[in-house]
Design a protein around this ligand. Structure first.
Ligand code: NAG
Ligand code: NAG
Ligand code: NAG
Ligand code: NAG
Length: 346
């Protein structure tokens, strides 16, 4: 997980110009000094309020400049940085030249859903990243391109997700919807055939989303109001490795017996819930977080059915602090079952 996150992060932070060893666009400009940047006949045109580095003329940097409206966008642009401004609207007319965009970064602005044109994003047939986090959106924009791989909508005020909005996104791998006001996603996620990471924590969900995408590796649902899990809800997600459900309302009754007895899971975070028992988990699980529940008993059977040379728990981390048990409640034979545990906290 750390490696994956670091990769995403790197991708997000390194501007394309720096990640390029040799500049493939060097032919687009000549060493004629800086003045030619504005309205250059070689296609180096750049709006006054932005920077278009001669070393990477398909990128336009307009971030953090107090903009309240969209600048004009030369049609050669592929990477557009508009974050950290006060842009309040994206009319369709502002996006006539955007057919070549690959990255469109619009996070930390003042966008509301009603101020985004219905066709604003529709022309971007090769758009890979769309960052709209930290705006004032109340719904997912319409007609998003099916080419998107990374869509960030966290920290808005989105209440509902309807299937039509995420339709066609067969290549979407990352979807950030955390810190919104989502009460229900219905079956919207079903068609996201490539989705690997779904973060929908910090919303108002009462149940886990139905029809989780089958390639999902990481599911983040913490800080919602989920009190129970449907029978076999992990049956359709064989690749799932990380489940984070801290800060919900889960009780023992709400978790069907074999829910987490599935191979493949690496990390399960059920901390800050209302569990009184340790749920049954697969012997392949490596990290289990149960701190701040109401657990009163150490049930070895939750980790090991039988213990012998070849069958024992792979658990490395177990957190039980903030419960109603102590290290004295752990039976001696646990040492055989939990032989790989390097951290057990009470
Ligand atoms: C579209 O591109 C043309 C030519 O680069 C430019 O003059 C015009 O201002 C652009 N329009 C918008 C809305 O960005
Ligand atoms: C967006 O939300 C912020 C914080 O809630 C608020 O201060 C601002 O006025 C809102 N802007 C618009 C355009 O609604
Ligand atoms: C998804 O990615 C594949 C491979 O890159 C591409 O051929 C396909 O057109 C993409 N789908 C959409 C809807 O853009
Ligand atoms: C957990 O799953 C394994 C593998 O599917 C199975 O053999 C075992 O009986 C299950 N444990 C319980 C207590 O149901």
């Amino acid at each position: 997980m750390r490696a994956v996150a670091a990769l995403f992060l790197l991708g997000a932070l390194v501007p394309p110009c720096l990640s390029q060893q040799r500049d493939p666009f060097a032919w687009l400009y000549s060493p004629r000094g800086h003045g030619f940047l504005r309205a250059d006949s070689n296609g180096g045109e750049c709006p006054e309020e932005c920077d278009c580095p001669p070393t990477f003329p398909v990128a336009m940097y307009c971030d953090g400049r107090g903009l309240t409206a969209m600048p004009s966008i030369p049609s050669r642009m592929k990477y557009l940085y508009l974050q950290n401004n006060a842009i309040a609207a994206i009319p369709d007319s502002a996006m006539v030249n955007t057919t070549n965009l690959v990255w469109l970064l619009l996070h930390h602005n003042q966008l509301t859903s009603d101020a985004i044109g219905e066709q604003a994003f529709a022309k971007m047939q090769g758009l890979d990243r769309l960052y709209l986090q930290h705006n004032n959106l109340t719904r997912i924009p319409q007609n998003l391109p099916g080419s998107l791989r990374d869509l960030r909508l966290n920290h808005n005020s989105i209440q509902k997700v309807i299937p039509a909005e995420l339709d066609r996104m067969e290549n979407l791998t990352i979807l950030y919807l955390h810190d919104n006001a989502v009460t229900d996603v219905g079956t919207s996620l079903k068609g996201l055939k490539s989705l690997i990471l779904l973060d929908i924590s910090g919303n108002h969900l009462k149940t886990v989303p139905q029809g989780l995408p089958e390639e999902l590796h990481q599911l983040y649902l913490e800080s919602n109001s989920i009190d129970s899990l449907p029978e076999n809800f992990l049956a359709g997600v064989p690749q799932l490795q990380y489940i984070r459900m801290a800060h919900n309302q889960l009780t023992d009754k709400g978790i069907p017996q074999n829910t987490f007895n599935v191979t493949g899971l690496v990390e399960l975070d059920l901390s800050f819930n209302k569990l009184e028992r340790i749920p049954l988990v697969s012997v392949t699980l490596q990290h289990l977080y149960l701190q701040a529940n109401q657990i009163k008993e150490f049930t070895l059977g939750s980790f090991c059915n039988v213990v012998d040379v070849s069958s024992f728990s792979k658990l490395q981390t177990l957190r039980l602090d903030g419960n109603e048990i102590s290290a004295r409640d752990v039976p001696a034979e646990s040492a055989h079952c939990l032989r790989q545990a390097s951290t057990i906290e009470f």
